[in-house]
Design a binder for this molecule. Structure first.
Ligand SMILES: [Zn+2]
Length: 227
């Protein structure tokens, strides 16, 4: 992959990911990012090694420590060894998936979930499909056609977007494949795609988006599309 990932989850989230304390739906997005990001793969291995050393010092019987994240992911996806940091990670690369009559490459961590999805909901040039992951947050694939803007919105909760194909631009930056955007209730943005390239993202939302402009009546269907 020639694109260099610029936007990362950050050390605190990676630490929680390695510890196994991240909730499953957030861990899924972080895991998919790690699949696409050699930088965070290395950080994860370093953090795992550090935590391993700390555990050796503090917990005499290491076998009793079970990663909650591993367990949750395994239950949800019935697929063990999803931890991107695991040394026992199967030698399996990204997976090609047919969506919207196009072939997209999705990270290994999402392959099984994406293959299960069948039904897209489309509104204009935006389409979504809910993924059967997590139970606290809304996890979906979001397809945005080229030259499309999502109306300006804020977030009532956490919004995590991972770019899987194409590029998204908003007021804060330009995000390519592997880049992860984490927005909180303090953030307002108007994401849009490039004039000549469509985009596929993973979206994890803890609350519906709050659209700020336009007629609420017209934006309501859009709100339902996302959540
Ligand atoms: Zn990264």
């Amino acid at each position: 992959m020639t694109h260099a990932v610029k936007y990362h989850p950050g050390i605190p989230l990676l630490e929680q990911y390695v510890e196994g304390t991240l909730e499953a739906d957030v861990a899924l997005a972080v895991s998919a990012h790690i699949d696409l990001c050699p930088h965070c793969q290395q950080l994860c291995m370093d953090l795992s090694a550090e935590q391993g050393l700390m555990l050796e010092k503090t917990v005499p019987v290491a076998e009793t420590v079970i990663s909650d994240m591993d367990r949750m992911l395994a239950e949800i996806m019935a697929q063990p060894q999803l931890d991107g940091c695991s040394k026992n990670m199967p030698a399996q690369g990204p997976v090609q998936v047919q969506l919207k009559e196009k072939t997209f490459t999705v990270p290994r961590a999402l392959a099984r979930l994406v293959e299960q999805q069948t039904k897209w909901t489309q509104l204009g040039s935006i389409a979504t499909t809910k993924l059967p992951a997590g139970d606290k947050r809304h996890v979906s694939l979001l397809y945005i056609d080229k030259d499309t803007a999502i109306p300006q919105h804020t977030h009532k909760g956490l919004e995590i977007t991972l770019v899987l194909s194409g590029r998204i631009v908003d007021e804060q930056g330009s995000y390519g494949v592997g880049d992860i955007l984490i927005n909180t209730p303090d953030d307002t943005h108007t994401p849009r795609t490039l004039p000549d390239e469509d985009c596929l993202c993973l979206s994890v939302l803890s609350a519906p988006l709050q659209f700020n402009k336009g007629i609420t009546r017209l934006l309501n269907p859009l709100q339902h599309l996302f959540y």
